[in-house]
Design a protein around this ligand. Structure first.
Ligand SMILES: Nc1ncnc2c1ncn2[C@@H]1O[C@H](COP(=O)(O)OP(=O)(O)OP(=O)(O)O)[C@@H](O)[C@H]1O
Ligand code: SF4
Ligand SMILES: [Mg+2]
Length: 311
């Protein structure tokens, strides 16, 4: 996904560049990385809120990246999104009944069937169905996010792209929403693309995790392996910022501080885009971009680094 640059002669913003991964039915893929690395853009392309500049998005084996509005309709209901800020993503002038029923009405439900389903969904996400005629501002942040989740579930999706669904919530509420999402996944067999900026949030929920840097995936693999033995220097730095529950381990934790800010995706550094911030960078890193490849035989993990490993 390349966006036009600002000003008519500026370079395009390569927001997401050469990313490839898949999400299996019923699984959770965590997608992490610093602000601006392209997580939301990736999520928005998958649910086709954005049309990719090039490349393919396949759903159940069918390329959906070039479908027009009409062709997208039946696919859209399977691919839904939950947004970061529940209040700003809900129309303040619509009652909860309206918010949740809207996608149903758009897909041909009658008013009464849509309302009945909205009541059912409120109960499913842990809200009091009697509150269905209230407005979003009458709910707390956590409750509003439950409404956002109910809306996303209205059409029985297969995949939910959750874009930092707990980042805007109080820490005390975050765990409740994560628990809710886990329960719904089990009950409904949902697949999640769970976007977060740090690795601690996705640790509980994900089966696999993909780490993005400047529009590219730099490491992807089973959660256990990536957390226990991160192979990319950027993953190592992100993980070193996560506090550990064990006090002794926490005291011994070595933080890797990254130098500087991430560069602009309008002018990514040559070679490995991470090289200006990488303590391990060598001459080859400045000229040749590493491709994503397996780190160890028999292990489903890929890393884009010339010198992957324990660092
Ligand atoms: N509509 C757009 N037009 C131009 N540039 C855009 C547009 N949307 C995103 N970008 C740029 O694309 C890059 C990736 O943005 P994106 O929102 O996907 O990042 P992110 O990883 O979700 O960040 P955050 O953690 O802040 O949400 C950024 O440089 C951003 O400025
Ligand atoms: S390719 Fe080189 S610069 Fe890039 S992450 Fe690996 S060691 Fe660092
Ligand atoms: Mg984002």
């Amino acid at each position: 996904m390349h966006f036009p640059g600002r000003g008519n002669r500026s370079a395009p913003v390569r927001a997401v560049d050469g990313v490839s991964f898949d999400v299996a039915a019923g699984e959770t893929l965590g997608l992490v990385g610093e602000s601006g690395c392209g997580k939301s853009t990736t999520g928005r392309m998958i649910v086709r809120l954005l049309e990719p500049t090039s490349g393919t998005i396949a759903y159940e084996g069918r390329d959906i990246s070039r479908l027009n509005r009409r062709e997208l309709r039946p696919v859209r209901k399977d691919l839904q999104m939950v947004f970061q800020d529940p209040h700003s993503s809900l129309n303040p002038r619509q009652t909860v009944a309206r918010v949740i029923a809207d996608p149903l009405l758009a897909h041909g439900s009658s008013e009464s069937a849509a309302r009945a389903r909205a009541v059912e969904l409120m109960d499913l996400v842990g809200l009091i169905p009697e509150h269905i005629d209230r407005y979003p501002h009458e709910f707390s942040g956590g409750q509003a996010q439950r409404i956002g989740i109910a809306r996303a579930l209205a059409l029985d999706p297969k995949l939910v792209v959750a874009d930092e669904p707990v980042s805007a919530l109080d820490v005390s509420v975050q765990a409740q929403i994560v628990n809710l999402m886990e329960r719904l996944q089990k009950e409904l067999g949902l697949a999640y693309l769970f976007i977060a900026h740090d690795l601690s949030v996705v640790k509980r929920v994900c089966d696999r995790v993909a780490v993005m840097y400047l529009g590219r995936v730099v490491e992807i693999g089973a959660k256990e392996r990536v957390y226990a033995a991160p192979a990319h220097p950027y993953t190592q730095a992100l993980l070193s910022a996560v506090p550990l529950p064990d006090p002794a381990a926490e005291r011994a934790r070595e933080r890797i501080t990254l130098l500087g800010d991430p560069p602009s995706p309008a002018s990514p550094p040559p070679g490995c885009a991470f090289h200006p911030r990488c303590a391990r960078a060598a001459a080859i890193c400045r000229v040749e971009a590493p491709i994503l490849r397996g780190v160890a035989r028999g292990e489903e993990r890929e890393v884009a680094c010339h010198f992957p490993g324990a660092g």
